[in-house]
Design a protein around this ligand. Structure first.
Ligand code: GLN
Length: 547
């Protein structure tokens, strides 16, 4: 991380976004919305996340703990907030946009072992804080703004080095190039009938005690904050009233840029940096997106998502968002029916118009997923299998169509017919990548963007309208091509392959209205203003199936 040269042009501006009072206030969405608003004013932005946890990356974390792992084109396993950044700004995130305490420490310790510190005592300040500052300033091209979101809540022990690092940066860059925004909660106490500003006052005090005076406070609240509450916060937190901004609930997360603009957020940010605010930003795209989501003309479509982390919808964040995006051109509301792979009834499957099995790891829930896929295949219900969902579709076809009893994946141990198995070697560009069964679990999968050639007369070729597509991967196992013929003769086609023809990337079932499995994660590239074609087509087929 700190090996990268600091290439930032002189006047790139840095916006640091911290959170206070409680977590889950939507700091990632507020940051992304600000990114979108600055873009609408003609500026070039990049968003970054500084995560205080000790994991080197979230790749090994249980989705129950942390939600989805978002994968970048360059193969980094990152925090799900990077997904929001991409969805709002369209700027493809990179490895250099997410750092954790674990990554910072492992880099600093590696340097210490190499002897790079020349006998010094290696300390949190300056060595760790310098590494954090290097990260913030590294790999910048001609961006006008770098927005840095600090994970966690002010007051967390783990966050201290990060706050110290941005405090120092604030001093070094000066007000002309740095801005601190603090997002807090302003609760409405139903039983007292009152809005409470005290938690915000305390949270700003906490930041002040660490040497950071936020120049703007963004207040999460149910309804727009009354002026008296804003005045009180302004008074206690040394702020101008205009810089206490209400961030009330929006009807859809894609209306947040509109709400925040209404409340003066981007105007105040530009004002802080002395930028011209006389021209209004063009927010027509965001207006169209939120109208499309909030006022669909063609009713609702029910999509059953069969997974094992359904109690934590954040575990499938990008899938949920990609489905919502696909609802816009189809003019339908997306109603997701979460189906627990560990136990569901056929009635639950009968209720939905389309079935999706998302990515997953491990054996639990596998038989349920296979049952759902069999149901979709036999009853001609549109089926979309993503990564694990494709692997399970291949196992289902192998067992129930090709008669390969006990077909399975080597992910779950030895079986008679390993139709899904560990690939030990593959090409990435002109590089050979290797993987062994006992490799470290972190960062050793097929990760990031890979090309995929689409078969001429296939459904996917028609859907994409292109011969070669690039999609993001995150998996250890692959479809075992030794079984290609067994599957082809029963109607499972391999319609997407790696350009060298060695890795099966897409399967389709011919005699079915819409049955597609993909080894990659198309959901990572879907945007509300550019919904992913596979999701759009899947929703279209599900709408047709609704009758
Ligand atoms: N567990 C499977 C593998 O590693 C699928 C992973 C996924 O769905 N992302 O290949």
């Amino acid at each position: 991380m700190s090996k990268k040269k600091n290439t930032n042009k002189k006047d790139t501006k840095f916006i640091f976004i911290t959170g206070g009072v409680v977590s889950s206030l939507g700091k990632g969405i507020a940051s992304s919305a600000l990114g979108a608003l600055l873009q609408a004013r003609g500026y070039k932005v990049r968003l970054r996340k500084l995560d205080p946890y000790i994991n080197v990356d979230p790749g090994t974390m249980n989705p129950f703990q942390h939600g989805e792992v978002f994968v970048t084109n360059d193969g980094a396993e990152t925090d799900l907030d990077l997904g929001h950044y991409e969805r709002y700004t369209g700027v493809a995130a990179k490895k250099t946009d997410n750092v954790t305490t674990g990554r910072v420490y492992s880099d600093v310790i590696a340097k210490e072992r190499r002897g790079d510190y020349l006998g010094a005592t290696v300390q949190v300040i300056p060595h760790i804080t310098d590494a954090i500052k290097d990260f913030v300033l590294s790999d910048i091209e001609d961006e006008d703004f770098i927005l840095c979101e600090i994970g966690g809540t002010v007051g967390d022990i783990e966050g201290l080095p990060f706050l110290e690092a941005i405090r120092q940066l604030g001093n070094e860059l000066g007000d002309e190039r740095a801005l601190f925004i603090h997002l807090t909660l302003v609760p409405h106490l139903g039983f007292a009938g009152e809005i409470k500003t005290k938690p915000t006052q305390h949270s700003v005090k906490e930041l002040l005690s660490l040497g950071i005076q936020p120049q703007m406070v963004l207040c999460r609240c149910d309804e727009a904050l009354p002026i008296e509450a804003r005045e009180k916060i302004a008074l206690f937190c040394n702020l101008d009233l205009k810089n206490v901004i209400s961030a009330q609930n929006a009807d859809t997360i894609y209306a947040v840029p509109l709400v925040l603009h209404e409340n003066g957020f981007d105007t105040q940010v530009c004002d802080h940096f002395g930028l011209d605010t006389s021209k209004k930003p063009d927010l027509s795209t965001w207006k169209k997106i939120s109208d499309g989501i909030l006022k669909p003309k063609n009713g609702a479509v029910k999509i059953g998502v069969v997974g094992k982390y359904i109690a934590v919808p954040d575990a499938y964040k990008s899938i949920t968002e990609a489905l919502v995006h696909a609802g816009i051109p189809n003019k339908v509301e997306i109603e997701i029916v979460w189906i627990d792979a560990d136990g569901f009834s056929e009635g639950q499957l009968q209720e939905v118009d389309g079935i999706l099995v998302p990515g997953g790891f491990g054996e639990r829930g596998v038989e349920g997923k296979i049952t759902a896929i069999k149901y979709a295949r036999e009853n001609k219900v549109p089926y979309f299998g993503i990564c694990f969902g494709m692997q399970m579709a291949v196992i289902e076809a192998a067992r129930n169509l090709a008669g390969l009893e006990n077909a399975g994946s080597t992910e779950f141990g030895v079986c008679d017919h390993p139709v899904v198995s560990l690939m030990t070697e593959w090409m990435h560009g002109d590089k050979v990548e290797h993987r062994k069964k006992n490799d470290d679990m972190g960062g050793t999968m097929r990760l990031g963007s890979y090309p995929c050639s689409l078969e001429k007369n296939s459904k996917v070729r028609k859907i994409y309208g292109e011969e070669l597509v690039y999609e993001r991967h995150r998996h250890r196992y692959e479809i075992n091509f030794d079984y290609r013929t067994n599957l082809q003769v029963v109607g499972m086609e391999f319609t997407g392959l790696s350009p060298d023809g060695r890795l099966p990337e897409i399967v389709e079932i011919k005699d079915h209205p819409w049955f597609i499995g993909v080894q990659f994660h198309p959901e990572f590239q879907s945007k509300p203003f550019d919904p992913h074609p596979l999701f759009v087509s899947f929703i279209e087929a599900s709408v047709k199936n609704r009758g």
